[in-house]
Design a protein around this ligand. Sequence first.
Ligand SMILES: C[S@@+](CC[C@H](N)C(=O)[O-])C[C@H]1O[C@@H](n2cnc3c(N)ncnc32)[C@H](O)[C@@H]1O
Length: 207
Amino acid sequence: MHFDIFTLFPGMFEGPLTESILKRAQERGLLSIALHNIRDAATDKHHIVDDYPYGGGAGMVMKPEPIFAAVEPVYQGGPIILLSPQGRLFSQQLAQTLAQEPRVTLLCGHYEGVDERVREHLVTDEVSIGDYVLTGGELAAMVVVDAVSRLVPGVLADESAQEESHSSGLLEYPHYTRPPEFRSWRIPDVLLSGTTSRLRGGGARSR
Ligand SMILES: C[S@@+](CC[C@H](N)C(=O)[O-])C[C@H]1O[C@@H](n2cnc3c(N)ncnc32)[C@H](O)[C@@H]1O
């Protein structure tokens, strides 16, 4: 699976996308992530990417020209998702749908957001990661990449994604590991009885 991420701040992605499971998935060729700096596509001398809003109001708006100029030469199909507080709420179901796509494009807004013509004529979908406002779409894009990537076949070493919270409308059962007793808190006796594998599947919680 391939992600193209368009952002004004590609440096923000360095930690989360280059560690742990996502790092290994990229090394194993299961996942590729290309970061594109929208500022590089601005053709004016100062690489300006934002401007004042028509009609006034606080803050700056990301200009349409650099965004179209950055995305169009790279785009090879699949959804173009604008991270936006006005978008549909991201969920495990949407992560599962996106994990079927060979390519996903993510566009990170900043400042007051993007010019409306980007929403109308470039993006195919708008996704919010929650009912709160972030400084920019970068953290939201990282959340989407993380949740989707771990559902790509082979990325997780075992079948843990199939039994996880939200995958079937339930929340996952509690986990214990050794020692069986810690500060006088014992794990449930049933887990020591040898019937754990049968019980695991039936122990899910509902919210
Ligand atoms: C400061 S926010 C803009 C907020 C906008 N003026 C509003 O009131 O809806 C800047 C950018 O952060 C991103 N963003 C903020 N909150 C988000 C959220 N909950 N989910 C996804 N992206 C978000 C979007 O890309 C947005 O364009």
